[in-house]
Design a protein around this ligand. Structure first.
Ligand code: ATP
Length: 333
C-alpha cells in the first residue's frame, strides 16, 4: 500500500474517481483552427491551434479512436487536476460531427527539446525544474492519481518563462489500495523496477522512479540514463548500476518470483558509486554534488516503499536554494 495518500480517493468519494459513469459534454470543433502538427504518439496526433474566439494559441490533441473508457479516464483526470500546480490546463473537449474523433484542447507550451535542455541547463535550472516537477506530482498524488508515464516527452518546459507543465494523462489512473494494476504502462527507459519484474500492487512511487531517471540524465548529461533495448535489457541496465544485492532482498521482501531466461539477468553485479557517471566535460562535473547524489540515491531505489515521496523529496537539502527563492518572492523581496 502507498505510504502516503493511500485513501484519498475513498475520502474524495465516487464522484471524484468513478470515470466510467462520467458523462462528457463535447463542444463542436468550429471554434478551433489547426496551425501546425507538433507531435503525436501511440494514442494521438497533436497540433498547435488557435482559438478563434479569443485568438489564443492552444494545443489540440486529437485522440486516435480507442475504447470509450480510456478517453473518459483521461478527460476525468485532466478535469480533476486542471488548475493544480504545473499541471497542463484542459481548456475544452471537442468532438467532430461523426462522433468518431475526440480532441482535447489544452494550453500551449513553447517546449525546449530535451536534448537542448540537457546542454543548456545549469545547476540552478536543474534544481528549479526538478522541484517544479515534484510539486506537480505531489499535487497529483495528493488527489489520488498516478501519472504512470513521466518522461522528458511528457514534461513541457518553456525555459524563457521558466514554466514547467506535466502533460499526457492518457495512462494516468486513480490509486486504490490493494489493486493489481497493469504493468504495461510507462515508457521503457523510465519504467520503475516493479513494472519490469511484474509486481502489480504498485502505487504513486513509480512516478518517483521516473523523476529519478530524468534527474540522473540532467546531472550526468546523458539523454536517457537507463537505456534498455527491451524490458529485460532495461532491468539489466538498472541491475548493473544499483547492483544485485539489494535487488535480491527487494524480491524476497515482496515475495516476487522473477524468472528470466536472459543469462545476464541471473548474474551478480556490484553497486556502482554514482560518481562513476559524472559527465567528463569539466563544465558539468560539479553538478553531481554530494547533496544531488544523496537525493538521486533516495529516488532510485528498487524498493518502492523506500523511495522518497514527492513531498519528502521537495524537503531535501538539495532544494534549499529553490525553496528560499520561492519564500523571498512570496515575501516580496
Ligand atoms: P506518447 O505516445 O508519445 O506518450 P501521446 O499520444 O500520449 O504521446 P502526448 O504525449 O500528450 O500524446 O503529446 C505528444 C507530443 O505532443 C508531446 O510529446 C509534445 O511534444 C507535444 N505536446 C503535447 N501537449 C503539448 C502542449 N500542451 N504544449 C506543447 N506541446 C505539446
Amino acid at each position: 500500500m502507498a505510504r502516503t495518500y493511500a485513501d484519498v480517493n475513498d475520502a474524495l468519494g465516487r464522484q471524484w474517481y468513478d470515470y466510467e459513469n462520467f458523462t462528457i459534454e463535447w463542444s463542436s470543433p468550429e471554434r478551433y483552427e489547426i496551425i501546425d502538427r507538433i507531435g503525436g504518439g501511440k494514442y494521438s496526433e497533436v497540433f498547435k491551434g488557435i482559438d478563434m474566439v479569443n485568438s489564443d494559441i492552444c494545443v489540440i490533441k486529437v485522440l486516435k479512436p480507442v475504447v470509450d473508457k480510456k478517453i473518459k479516464r483521461e478527460v476525468k483526470i485532466l478535469r480533476n487536476l486542471t488548475g493544480g500546480p504545473n499541471i497542463i490546463a484542459l481548456l475544452d473537449v471537442v468532438q467532430d460531427q461523426t462522433g468518431r474523433y475526440h480532441s482535447l484542447v489544452m494550453e500551449y507550451i513553447e517546449n525546449v527539446e530535451w536534448k537542448a535542455a540537457l546542454i543548456l541547463f545549469t545547476e540552478v535550472d536543474i534544481k528549479y525544474y526538478i522541484f517544479q516537477l515534484l510539486k506537480a506530482l505531489d499535487f497529483v498524488h495528493s488527489r489520488g492519481v498516478m501519472h504512470r508515464d513521466v518522461k522528458p516527452g511528457n514534461v513541457m518546459i518553456d525555459h524563457r518563462c521558466r514554466k514547467l507543465r506535466l502533460i499526457d494523462w492518457g495512462l494516468a489512473e486513480f490509486y486504490h489500495p490493494d489493486i493489481a494494476y497493469h504493468i504495461r504502462v510507462g515508457s521503457r527507459y523510465y519504467k520503475a523496477p516493479e513494472l519490469l519484474v511484474g509486481y502489480k500492487m504498485y502505487d504513486y512511487s513509480l512516478d518517483i522512479w521516473s523523476v529519478g531517471c530524468m534527474f540522473a540524465s540532467m546531472l550526468f548529461k546523458r539523454e536517457h540514463f537507463f537505456r534498455g533495448s527491451d524490458n529485460d535489457d532495461q532491468l539489466l541496465r538498472i541491475l548493473r548500476v544499483l547492483g544485485t544485492n539489494s535487488f535480491d532482498s527487494y524480491l524476497k521482501m515482496y515475495d516476487i518470483t522473477f524468472k528470466s531466461c536472459h543469462e545476464a539477468l541471473l548474474q551478480e553485479y556490484p553497486k556502482q558509486p554514482w560518481t562513476r557517471f559524472t559527465a567528463p566535460d569539466y563544465r558539468h562535473r560539479d553538478l553531481a554534488t554530494t547533496e544531488a547524489l544523496d537525493l538521486l540515491e533516495k529516488m532510485l531505489r528498487y524498493d518502492h516503499r523506500q523511495r522518497l515521496t514527492a513531498r519528502e523529496a521537495q524537503s531535501h537539502a538539495y532544494f534549499n536554494v529553490v525553496r528560499l527563492e520561492g519564500a523571498s518572492h512570496k515575501g516580496g523581496l
